[in-house]
Design a binder for this molecule. Structure first.
Ligand code: SAH
Ligand code: SF4
Ligand code: F3S
Length: 461
């Protein structure tokens, strides 16, 4: 079958899509770049904000029309939205043939075969309260059989270290759609990373919704996140090891020390604050105060020299006052983030916040606060990236740059405008031959914007 797969969610979803592609290829299917002639269209969906779900509904509307017009097509909804809406999806959109929760993706080849026979196929994850069932499930079978040669980039790969989330921030749908927090055994993770490194990947990003809460008990020993970092950092050929996303609670000094001491663990931290106001943090059930977050950033800067930090914020959470908003702006300034993702609050059905609080901040105020924080972060991002001008950075080249605006002069003959990342996850744009893709080079930084640095290629390393 020719299968078209569109991915709408976070890095965890992107990894899931990659694993799905590997399974489908192994089952003899072809992955195609356009839905126009596909036999099956699959959407790997996200439920985190309403906007992400609306996109899927509009795709399904178009697919329904194509099918009504006589087109033979299998339509599948995978991932978080499939889990959130379950059977309702098929009631609302009878054109949907496959509904597959994020923990059931290994079944997809079978489900496609079913759908090809004209049978709807539905596989949803176990109830998150049934922890025994969750632990019994083969949580990482699909991770272990991945195709190490075909990751998103030839030098980089994501590796899941845990599934689910137990934090229950009041605004968030993730604990309901991704299930209970379960950490993978360290042996499995190490085995997967070794295979990827043997296949030529030199930069591995460990994924978890609250990755620093990783803890695995088994065979009479307990592995903390810092132990896992130490274990993986020993793998020969692994040049960069990163992890996202961290939660500000449970961020103990042993992790920061591991970042400082293990040479291949990158000095990069993505640790969302969500708000700078204690009152809002409390209603969000984040589990820390503004003071705790400030303290974490201070500890990170003290223990990990040169650490670059990224954050997330939500504006317009129920009851948020102008003073709360100022507290968030103040936190942005204090943290000196490399970049910050800023979202407008979107009530998600079934979450504690949607049940408890009115979505009482009007859209215009949300927009204004959103623009205000983006403006503040622009200044901070610019200052942060400018502080590298005149310095030399190590860059893993990702490929041709999509930021055509960044270099004032076109590249010389035989060269392309390339883009890569530093250990601190900064984007660096410079001219060089395309053959440098997936290699490590040194770049002299000559200029900067709020989101990137520009520079001159120094020497290969
Ligand atoms: N597990 C990660 C992030 C998960 S969702 C963490 O805890 O950091 C990614 C980001 O989406 C969150 O950090 C938050 O800023 C945002 N987000 C989550 N739910 C949201 C909602 N209902 N409305 C707006 N933004 C939301
Ligand atoms: Fe959502 Fe909070 Fe869990 Fe992150 S920690 S996934 S924001 S509930
Ligand atoms: Fe990721 Fe969206 Fe699901 S952020 S975990 S794809 S709800």
């Amino acid at each position: 079958m020719d299968v078209y797969l569109e991915t709408m969610g976070c890095q965890m979803n992107r990894l899931d899509s990659e694993l799905v592609v590997a399974r489908l290829r192994a089952a003899g299917h072809e992955i195609v770049a356009s839905s126009a002639d596909a036999d099956a269209v699959l959407y790997n969906t996200c439920s985190v904000r309403m906007h992400a779900e609306q996109k899927v509904f509009s795709r399904l509307g178009a697919d329904a029309q194509r099918k009504a017009a006589g087109r033979k097509l299998i339509v599948g909804v995978l991932g978080c939205m499939a889990q959130r809406l379950g059977r309702q999806l098929r009631k609302r959109y009878p054109c949907v043939d496959i509904v597959c929760g994020p923990g059931q993706l290994a079944r997809l080849p079978q489900m496609l075969a079913f759908a090809a026979d004209g049978q709807p196929a539905i596989a949803l994850d176990v109830d998150r309260n049934d922890r025994a069932a969750a632990e019994d499930e083969n949580i990482d079978w699909i991770d272990l059989v991945r195709d190490a040669d075909r990751t998103t980039s030839s030098a980089q790969a994501f590796v899941r270290v845990m599934r689910g989330c137990d934090r229950f921030c009041t605004y968030c749908i993730v604990p309901f759609v991704r299930g209970a927090e379960v950490s993978r055994p360290g042996d499995h993770i190490e085995q997967e990373v070794r295979r990827l490194v043997e296949a030529g990947k030199s930069e591995i990003t460990l994924l978890g919704q609250t990755v620093n809460r990783y803890r695995h008990e088994g065979d009479g020993r307990s592995t903390r996140f810092s132990d896992l970092l130490a274990r993986l950092s020993d793998i020969d050929g692994l040049r960069r090891l990163r992890f996202v996303t961290s939660h500000p609670t449970d961020f103990t000094d042993d992790i920061l020390q591991a970042m400082a001491e293990l040479p291949n663990v990158c000095e990069y931290l993505h640790c969302p604050a969500q708000s700078g106001s204690d009152a809002v943090l409390k209603r969000m059930n984040r589990g820390y105060s503004r003071g705790d977050y400030d303290d974490l950033i201070d500890r990170a800067r003290a223990i990990v020299p040169g650490v670059s930090i990224a954050g997330d914020f939500i504006v317009g959470f129920p009851g948020e006052t102008d003073a709360d908003q100022q507290a968030s702006a103040d936190l942005l300034r204090r943290c000196g983030y490399k970049n910050a993702f800023i979202f407008k609050y979107s009530p998600r059905p079934g979450t504690p916040a949607a049940k408890r609080f009115d979505d009482d901040i009007d859209e215009q105020t949300k927009k204004r606060r959103h623009a205000e924080l983006l403006g503040v972060q622009d200044e901070i991002g610019l200052a942060h990236h400018r502080s590298y001008v005149g310095r030399q950075v190590e860059v893993l080249v990702e490929g041709p740059s999509k930021r055509a605006d960044k270099q004032p002069t076109p590249p010389p003959a035989g060269q392309t405008q390339l883009q890569g990342r530093t250990r601190g996850d900064h984007i660096v744009v410079f001219d060089g031959p395309e053959t440098l893709a997936s290699q490590y080079v040194h770049v002299d930084v000559t200029n900067a914007t709020a989101l990137a640095m520009m520079g001159r290629l120094k020497a290969e390393s």
